[in-house]
Design a protein around this ligand. Structure first.
Ligand SMILES: C[S@@+](CC[C@H](N)C(=O)[O-])C[C@H]1O[C@@H](n2cnc3c(N)ncnc32)[C@H](O)[C@@H]1O
Length: 303
């Protein structure tokens, strides 16, 4: 809000007579002020406050060429995060490419759940299935490294994805946060690549699963996700086929405390609860709301 107010003030003060200045770009692209500002900051390699305080700054030829092409792609619907190559999530910035889903703020609840789990369970395995950019496991590990050093040291972090290009991005992000040796990245189907590792002892498991959960029709109808990878979005006919398979896989693990949190569309909650209850009769199964109060997650706790 504050940024938008400052922008409007700036635009009122400066005319567009002087072309190719910061002010002229913001005025011409007035329907997407935040995105234009972000791309100006990216192209000019300056932070947003520098851009806002220099409406008269004239872009050089290279900057103009790059910015014009990025604005064209933005206008065609390409997400800002892919154009500038990063997305902020929680307190951190992650590299993203069209090989990975752009991390969404809704998923922050998973971080909260992981940190709560760490408070109650001592050392554990923290597992992120369908890791994409790695944003969830890297945020969790970085926060634990800061706040719960001992648990961090004695816990293991595992992250998997079916997509090799996605894992490449996740590993680059892990390098940036100094965690590449702490996190065991593996390619494969859901929890299968980690069965051997977790079977070596009976430490508790925290499993985060933000798996593809859209139906093919939902994916087709939603223009805002047109540029994101289909393997990250579509979860079979009713969107829940990966979760069905995951529950079967988790059932084969040796009995131990675990907490599994699964991200979904709110309208899938009743079905996923039914499937979860059938798979885990003696566990605590709960709806977990997102920040807007909608059931965005189903959790299964096994003590
Ligand atoms: C909705 S995205 C979530 C990405 C990331 N966790 C996030 O929250 O930003 C789902 C991810 O699951 C991966 N995936 C799809 N099928 C999978 C499978 N069978 N096993 C493991 N990962 C899978 C996709 O490649 C994609 O990266």
């Amino acid at each position: 809000m504050a940024i938008l107010k400052r922008l409007l003030k700036l635009l009122r003060k400066h005319s567009v007579h002087n072309m190719n200045t910061v002010a002229s770009y913001l005025k011409v692209n007035g329907d997407l002020p935040r995105e234009t500002l972000s791309l100006l900051s990216f192209v000019c390699k300056r932070d947003v406050s520098w851009i806002i305080s220099r409406p008269e700054y004239k872009l050089n030829r290279l900057e103009i060429k790059l910015l014009d092409s990025l604005l064209k792609r933005l206008g065609a619907g390409e997400p800002l995060a892919y154009l500038r190559g990063y997305q902020d999530f929680h307190k951190y910035r992650f590299k993203v490419s069209p090989a990975v889903l752009i991390p969404r703020p809704e998923s922050e609840i998973i971080i909260e759940a992981g940190l709560n789990f760490a408070n109650t369970q001592e050392p554990a395995f923290f597992i992120d299935l369908g890791t994409g950019s790695g944003a969830l496991i890297l945020t969790l590990a970085t926060e634990m490294k800061r706040e719960q050093k001992r648990v961090f040291k004695n816990s293991e972090y595992l992250a998997g994805d079916i997509s090799a290009p996605a894992l490449k991005v996740a590993k680059e992000n892990a390098k940036k946060y100094g965690l590449v040796n702490k996190i065991g990245f593996k390619r494969g189907d859901l929890i299968l690549p980690f069965i051997k590792t977790v079977s070596k002892d009976s430490r508790a498991l925290f499993i985060a699963a933000n798996l593809p959960y859209l139906t093919p029709q939902e994916a087709r109808n939603e223009a805002s996700i047109a540029f994101e990878p289909k393997t990250a979005l579509v979860g079979g006919r009713d969107g829940l086929s990966l979760y069905r398979r995951l529950l079967k896989q988790v059932r084969t693990l040796k009995a131990r405390p675990f907490y599994l949190i699964m991200e979904i569309n709110p309208q899938q909650a009743t079905t996923l609860i039914r499937i979860s209850k059938a798979a885990f009769k003696n566990s605590v199964i709960q709806k977990v709301p997102d920040l807007s109060g909608r059931t965005r997650f189903i959790s299964i706790r096994n003590n």
